[in-house]
Write a protein that binds this ligand. Structure first.
Ligand code: AR6
Length: 193
């Protein structure tokens, strides 16, 4: 056999556009070492149970002090503080709607939580954000409907100019993770663009 022809010379190197991604895991959001974690707070911002309680316990009393200075937050809006003793640098506090059947603006308010949290993140140049399943605990929003809003809203936001290039949904239960995985799988495994 003669010599093999040389392979064609490689195409010139062109950097790919930045990949924006989202994924879902099961875990404790307080342990996430991302730029920011989102808190499912209440309008007082002064702490509570569920993920709010866990975040305040891990962040320490400085977080409560910082929240007190904010003077509350209306439903569907978001505020930002430092993360203090958390591995995350920032906490974005957002207030989800209490579920009362779905005809009192709950879907729009829940959507606004994701939109406004990501807007605040981008204003700070934050690159990675972890979300809990907002409103689906004490506020009783049905998980399938809430997760669909979460995934669709985040997918949309990552398609627009933003500093955020990773969004992680941190599910507390295996059942919630399954719901998110199904939704993420519907259009490719978590690619946001
Ligand atoms: N990491 C991730 N997810 C968690 C964690 C954790 N450490 N702990 C709980 N979850 P909830 P809401 C999940 O009730 O429905 C608070 O008292 C939980 O399993 O924390 O928005 C506030 O002060 C569920 O899937 O938030 C408000 O008064 C999800 O987080 C009220 O609850 C949200 O459940 C807000 O209710």
């Amino acid at each position: 056999m003669g010599e093999q022809p040389l392979p064609p010379s490689p195409a010139p190197y062109r950097p790919l556009p930045p990949m924006k991604q989202f994924d879902a895991i099961q875990g404790d959001i307080t342990q996430q070492r991302l730029d920011a974690i989102v808190n499912a707070a209440n309008t007082t911002l002064l702490g509570g149970g569920g993920v709010d309680g866990a975040i305040h316990r891990t962040a320490g009393p400085e977080l409560l002090e910082a929240c007190r200075a904010l003077g509350g937050c209306p439903t569907g809006e978001a505020r930002i503080t430092r993360g203090y003793r958390l591995p995350a640098k920032y906490v974005i506090h957002t207030v989800g709607p209490v579920w009362s059947g779905g005809r009192r603006g709950e879907p729009e308010l829940l959507r606004a939580c994701y939109v406004k949290s990501l807007r605040l993140a981008s204003e700070r140049g934050i690159k990675s954000v972890a979300f809990p399943s907002i409103s689906t605990g004490a506020y009783r929003y049905p998980i399938e409907q809430a997760a669909r809003i979460a995934v669709e809203t985040v997918r949309e936001a990552l398609g627009k100019p933003t500093s955020v290039d990773l969004v992680r949904f941190v599910c507390f239960s295996a059942g919630d993770l399954e719901v998110y995985r199904q939704l993420l799988g519907e259009r490719g495994a978590g690619s946001g663009t």
